[in-house]
Structures are given as structure tokens and as C-alpha cells.
Design a protein around this ligand. Structure first.
Ligand SMILES: [Mg+2]
Ligand SMILES: [Zn+2]
Length: 182
């Protein structure tokens, strides 16, 4: 039995994108985001985070810093009853040659999750605030892609639908206002 997943970008979807967020002090959940992930989880979607973290390759923070922040985030989510299925990150630079296969807009992280976690591709969706998130979800042929954030509305990005934030996106999915899959 394959599992439907909610693939979530991190910065700009779950927490405020303040640019290369690397410490818990700098990490702020966006309004309604934790509750939104909880609602998606309750609706049967396994939350999976896929995040580009080129700050590691750029030397802005270390892999250990990233891990520490991730543990704090997961602990805070657990307090709210949210369990993330798995978190994938790309530590590489966008200028890496040859390019890595994991950095969005490539689908590497999503493909890895699908294989490792037994995910139902067509019943899953990607939520992101950037064009690259939408492109990665489309490349992986997920059932839907949702663009969120202040820049989402009216964007020509190939997304299935656009919302101001994850909270409104999750509400629409749970209510069946937007379709995931065929
Ligand atoms: Mg983002
Ligand atoms: Zn990578």
C-alpha cells in the first residue's frame, strides 16, 4: 500500500524565509503553518520536507548547524502532534559542476523519498514558494503542485493552484476545493 505524501519546502512555506536560516533563534514558524501540517497529516498525507540548503556549500553554516536546527524544528512540531516522515536537504551549490541531482528544480529529493518511503506519486503534492519547487514537483509527476506566499498569486509557474500561505493551501486540500491526482 503506497502512501500519499505532502511534500513541503521549508523556508517560505513552514518558516519565514529570512535568507539562509541556520539557527533556532532565526527560525520562526509562519502563521498557521504547524496547524496546517497537522491537518494534512490528519487527512492521510505523510509530511515530507524537501529543502535546498546551499548555505552549507557556501560555508554560511555547517551540516552540524543544519542538523541542530532540524532537531529543534522536529521537536517543536512533535509538541504539536506533527511527525515529519522524513526531511531531505540538498547541501550543494547551484554552481556545482556537474550539477547535483538533488537541488530543486531537480526532482532528486522527491524521487528518493518516493523510493525510500513507498509514496504514491500521483496521490501526492508539492507545496513551495518558489518556481523551482513547482518545477521539481512537476518533474516528479506528482498529482499536484501548489505555490504559496506573497509572490504566488498570479504567477505563471505551471502550479495547479496558488495560495497566500500553507494554512489556506492545506485548508483547500482538506476541504476538497482543489484536486490532487487525476
Ligand atoms: Mg522556499
Ligand atoms: Zn544537491
Amino acid at each position: 500500500m503506497l502512501t500519499p505524501a505532502a511534500f513541503l519546502d521549508r523556508d517560505g512555506v513552514i518558516n519565514e524565509d529570512r535568507g539562509y536560516v541556520s539557527t533556532w533563534r532565526d527560525f520562526a514558524f509562519l502563521p498557521g503553518a504547524v496547524e496546517a501540517i497537522s491537518r494534512l497529516q490528519d487527512a492521510g498525507y505523510l509530511p515530507v520536507v524537501v529543502t535546498n540548503q546551499s548555505g552549507i556549500a557556501r560555508g554560511y553554516f555547517s551540516e552540524a548547524d543544519y542538523r541542530t536546527l532540524t532537531e529543534r524544528m522536529c521537536a517543536a512540531l512533535a509538541d504539536a502532534g506533527v511527525t515529519i516522515g522524513k526531511i531531505y536537504h540538498c547541501p550543494h551549490s547551484p554552481s556545482r559542476r556537474p550539477p547535483c541531482t538533488c537541488r530543486k528544480p531537480r526532482a532528486g529529493m522527491i524521487e528518493r523519498a518516493i523510493a525510500e518511503l513507498g509514496i504514491d506519486r500521483a496521490a501526492s503534492f508539492m507545496v513551495g514558494d518558489k518556481l523551482g519547487d513547482i518545477a521539481a514537483g512537476r518533474a516528479a509527476e506528482l498529482g499536484a503542485t501548489f505555490r504559496v506566499g506573497p509572490k504566488a498569486i498570479g504567477a505563471k509557474d505551471g502550479a495547479t493552484a496558488r495560495f497566500p500561505d500553507l494554512a489556506t493551501c492545506a485548508a483547500a486540500i482538506v476541504a476538497g476545493d482543489v484536486a490532487v491526482g487525476c
